[in-house]
Design a protein around this ligand. Structure first.
Ligand code: GLA
Length: 394
């Protein structure tokens, strides 16, 4: 992972050939502690924004031009567009994310009449399932809000980010990532009810433990299509349950109600998918309770159960994530470990006693290397604030 010691302001000035000082905005990435694949099923999630994220620096222009540059993709050079050309264009590559935000903000009635030069720099590993795409969406959102004094309501910005993902990019994801990134709070996770959008912050107090992010370094190549397939399977299961039950989402069912009615779901695979969504939702609510009671062991156990359900019933883990989680469970000082995010590669998280972290990394990495053939990467997660303008130059 690249660190942020680079002087982004001078990088901006040199790329865009200007002596003016740009404004700097930041949107984090996120981890999800528990509550996976529950957001689009009307259940609860429990994510937190992390200190890794996307920096966006910008100056308004006097014409209608847009110029985007990412220090993470220098090979694409400066990508040029125009306020009148905001339709999705494959050749614009990663710049479609900011273009999508611009388009939907304008469509929502926000007045953006001048172009801008924007430089992005992200230190979230790309494709690792830590929401680099929602991070770039929200970084663009706060940037445009600040630059053009738009006064965008935060929830509206979050929903526009989701719309970019769903309609502009074409991944049928839920609201968790944009919400976690838009509403994040230092040292807190957010318990979000994805049906009502009611939420509460929960302080993360881990008594001598840290959250370790473990990147499998397996790119999530087929993630989009498999993700959409899981979602469709849950929708099918829901519609069969609705033949007899008056429910809006799988999140409306308790595990007991699910067991009594699961015969309504005809296909066995769809039944397993729905089972995960229902039980995971219940686990998430219980996890908050355990955390609030300071019962970290029980919290960790729920993380482990979450992983098993994602492995056996939702089937979104695979060799890499299973090797990490299952090896982590065997290590001393580990309270719990599970995949985080969509799955199909990407990252896992583990809650590890601070003085056991070195052994943890060494042991997990050596077994991972032996089974998978390449190394995992380990980061300590710090829970930081949500998307905002940075006032000091970085
Ligand atoms: C991705 C999606 C989220 C959520 C998770 C799985 O991160 O963007 O909306 O569905 O997968 O929990």
């Amino acid at each position: 992972m690249i660190t942020t010691t680079v002087n982004l302001t001078s990088e901006f000035q040199s790329i865009f050939n200007t002596s003016q000082t740009p404004r700097t905005f930041f949107a984090p990435g996120r981890i999800n502690l528990i509550g996976e694949h529950t957001d689009y099923n009307g259940g609860h999630v429990f994510p937190a924004s992390i200190s890794f994220g996307t920096y966006a620096l910008s100056i308004k222009r006097n014409d209608q031009k847009l110029r985007f540059y990412s220090m993470n993709f220098p090979e694409t050079g400066i990508i040029e567009s125009d306020l009148s050309e905001l339709a999705y264009d494959e050749k614009d590559n990663w710049a479609n994310y900011p273009k999508g935000m611009l388009l939907y903000l304008k469509e929502a009635g926000h007045e953006i009449n001048q172009g801008a030069d924007i430089l992005y720099y992200g230190n979230i590993p790309n494709g690792a399932g830590l929401s680099s795409s929602a991070s770039i969406e929200l970084a663009t959102g706060v940037l445009l809000d600040g630059l053009f004094n738009l006064n965008i309501e935060r929830l509206a910005m979050i929903q526009l980010g989701k719309k970019v993902e769903n309609q502009y990019i074409g991944v049928n994801s839920g609201i968790m990532d944009q919400f976690a990134i838009g509403m994040g709070k230092r040292d807190h996770a957010i318990l979000l009810d994805c049906e009502t959008l009611n939420y509460q912050y929960a302080p993360i107090v881990l008594n001598g433990h840290a959250i370790i992010i473990i990147n499998t370094n397996k790119q999530r190549t087929l993630a989009g299509s498999k993700y959409n397939e899981r979602r469709a399977q849950c929708e099918q299961a829901l519609s069969e349950l609705q033949q007899e039950l008056s429910i809006n989402s799988l999140g409306d069912l308790s595990p007991e109600e699910f067991e009594t009615n699961k015969h309504l779901i005809r296909d066995e695979t769809n039944r397993k998918r729905a089972k995960h969504a229902v039980y995971e939702n219940a686990r998430t609510l219980l996890a908050l309770e355990k955390l609030q009671q300071g019962d970290l062991n029980a919290f960790g156990q729920l993380m482990n159960e979450s992983h098993k359900s994602l492995r056996d019933d939702y089937e979104v883990t695979g060799l890499e994530l299973n090797t990490i989680a299952e090896t982590a469970w065997e290590q001393e000082g580990v309270l719990g470990a599970r995949m985080t995010g969509a799955g199909f590669g990407g990252c896992a998280i583990a809650v590890v006693e601070k003085n056991k972290i070195d052994d943890f990394k060494k042991n997990v990495n050596s077994i991972y290397r032996e089974k998978v053939g390449y190394e995992a990467t380990f980061y300590i997660a710090t829970i930081g604030d949500g998307a905002k303008e940075l006032t000091e130059e970085c």
